[in-house]
Write a protein that binds this ligand. Structure first.
Ligand code: PEP
Ligand code: MG
Length: 588
């Protein structure tokens, strides 16, 4: 039995067989296949080579259009290499002779070629090493793509173990076949984590070195409540986890009644508890679980699951479906928050060096106005079916807000001219998730109708901690006094201006923070659907005076540790069952 510690990102416990999801970025392990699979592996290799040549052709044509002949020649050279039988024949021979996977044969032959170029010493050959690596990545990705569909064909449900997963890979998972997820990389609020939560799949990320050591078919426990992964557990551990799962199920059953009860504190303060969604169908889960509407629709996931920009009609259908499913409850559409860990890196010829500081969110939209307009048209048209709001992500300057509003006004003019119905009074707001927006909250408050504090990004930008990087995960916490002070200022600025303010980062869905957020003056929380009942249960178990007292106490602390301990203690008293009746350092 081996126990690994990681970051708990999506609650629940999964017990099942390992399915290693090889990613092209991973050092490819040597895996053998039975004799009967050798021909299949060779055909997978041929398919991957052909699809890589096709992909390179698309890149070549794009480079020719956008970057000129010199850049296009690079891709032509890459295509030539993949047609070169002195490279591809040894791959086939190795699959036959050693009975290994196509991935392994590809990795070995590319490594040999890179070594040959490196040994030649000459500078022009040395740069070819990068070409070889890049080419290898293309072919391995083509093979991994097949692996992905192999996963979707999985008949036996399994636990996916991977070195790294992108949000779009995770979005393709089906909760019926993927019991749990454990990855070497990733952080608490990475978008892969958010997708796992949306799908209700227990997940532990940032485990370190699991994918390298786990093998298909081994038994594994993924404890998404505690951030523990147990490989080849002994009978006693399995038993203790089975008992824990039963306890948690019993607790969930007691939460069922929350759906029909109002989110109101014991002294009668009403809270608007909304849901965060990534897919239209989740809107029904929000209403079923007793959410008052959708406080954050991460619309970019429509794009991520389609792998192309959805047309205005495709968007309109998904947005209108969401609004209809909500039956008169409000829906806040956040415009495409692409970039950083979502989509644009793989679509770029040259990945950004610092994607989280790069062309993402509203910046990306403002540089792609036709795309932005298509989305705004689709959202506004959907607004004819029920109450909606429009929210812009990662706004850092007033100019961005003004430009985005100008584009929206333009879109409204067009729709009006075309005689299309929409609501001209649709509230327009921003995510407050950059330090600049938080510091200048009172200025922004004068030019928009509402704020939603995106703590996932706010924490990473205030603390300079990458939210997806497991090696600095212990530094990533909303408990840092700097984060809390900024949030307090934002709430105050919104109140002074009389605009609504909510929190939609993952912080709002964790029971430890509910009292603090209420005590800070927040009355609107938007959380993942899975968290609605437990947060409502906390709200219904506290009074405002206690919340305000706690907020004052926490506000006097200088260290995040003090804050975390104090909040955890308070939450334990209100809802001990949410902690599974286990102490903080009990591994199983
Ligand atoms: C946030 O940053 O807190 C947020 C809600 O947006 P996302 O997690 O999609 O970046
Ligand atoms: Mg964000």
């Amino acid at each position: 039995m081996e126990i690994y510690k990681g970051i708990p990102v999506s609650g629940g416990v999964a017990i099942g067989k390992v399915f290693v999801f090889d990613d092209a970025g991973l050092r490819v392990p040597r895996r053998t296949v039975p004799e009967s699979r050798v021909e299949f592996e060779k055909s997978r290799l041929d398919g991957a080579l052909a699809s890589s040549v096709g992909e390179l052709e698309r890149l070549r044509q794009r480079a020719e259009r956008e970057l000129g002949d010199e850049a296009a020649k690079i891709f032509a050279f890459h295509q030539g290499m993949l047609h070169d039988r002195s490279l591809t024949e040894p791959m086939r021979r190795r699959i036959e002779a050693e009975k290994v996977t196509a991935e392994y044969a590809v990795a070995v032959e590319f490594a040999r070629l890179a070594e040959t170029f490196a040994r030649l010493g000459d500078h022009s050959f040395a740069t070819k090493v990068d070409d070889v690596r890049d080419l290898e990545r293309h072919v391995l990705q083509a093979l991994t793509g097949e692996h992905k569909s192999a996963l979707s064909r999985l008949e036996e449900p399994a636990v996916v173990v991977a070195h790294e997963l992108t949000p779009s890979q995770a979005a393709a998972f089906h909760p019926g076949t993927v019991l749990g997820v454990a990855t070497d990389t990733g952080g608490r609020t990475s978008h892969t984590a958010i997708v796992a939560q949306a799908l209700g799949i227990p997940a532990v990320l940032g485990v370190g070195q699991l994918a390298e050591f786990a093998s298909d078919g081994e038994t594994v426990i993924v404890d998404g409540d505690r951030g523990v992964v147990v490989l080849n557990p002994d009978e006693e551990t399995l038993e203790s986890y089975r008992a824990y799962t039963l306890r948690m199920r019993a607790f969930s059953a007691t939460l069922g009644e929350m759906a029909s009860l109002p989110a109101v504190t014991t002294d009668g303060t009403e809270v608007c508890l909304l849901g965060n969604i990534e897919f239209a169908t989740e809107a029904s889960a929000v209403t079923k679980l007793g959410g008052a509407g959708v406080g954050l629709f991460r619309t970019e996931f429509l794009w991520l699951t389609m792998d192309h920009e959805p047309t205005e009609e495709e968007q309109y259908e998904a947005y209108a479906e969401t609004v209809n499913r909500l039956g008169g409850r409000p829906c806040t559409f956040r415009t495409f928050d692409l970039g950083a860990d979502k989509h644009t890196q793989s679509a770029r010829i040259e990945p950004e060096r610092n994607p989280f500081l790069g062309l993402r969110s509203i910046r990306y939209c403002l540089q792609n106005i036709p795309m932005f307009r298509r989305q705004l048209r689709a959202i506004m048209r959907a607004g004819a079916h029920g109450p909606i709001k429009v929210m812009f992500p990662l706004v850092t300057t007033l100019m961005e807000l003004r430009q985005a509003k100008m584009v929206l006004n333009d879109v409204m003019e067009d729709l009006a001219e075309e005689g299309v119905s929409f609501d001209r009074e649709t509230p327009v707001g921003i995510m407050v998730e950059s330090p600049s927006a938080a510091v200048m909250a009172s200025t922004f408050a004068r030019e928009c109708d509402f704020f939603s504090i995106g703590t996932n990004d706010l924490v990473q930008y205030v603390l300079a901690v990458d939210r997806t990087n497991e090696t600095v995960a212990s530094l990533y916490t909303p408990c840092h006094p700097a984060v809390l002070r900024l949030m307090k200022d934002v709430v105050r600025a919104a109140r002074r201006q009389g605009i609504e303010v909510s929190v939609c980062g993952e912080m709002a869905g964790e029971v430890e923070y509910t009292m603090l957020l209420l005590g800070m003056g927040l009355r609107n929380l938007s959380v993942s659907p899975a968290a609605i009942s437990r947060i409502k249960r906390v709200i219904r178990g506290v009074d405002m005076e206690a919340c305000e007292r706690l907020a004052r106490k926490v506000g006097s602390f200088d260290s995040e540790r003090q804050v975390a301990a104090c909040l955890r203690d308070a939450a334990w008293k209100i809802i001990p069952e949410a902690f599974g009746g286990r102490s903080a350092d009990d591994p199983a």
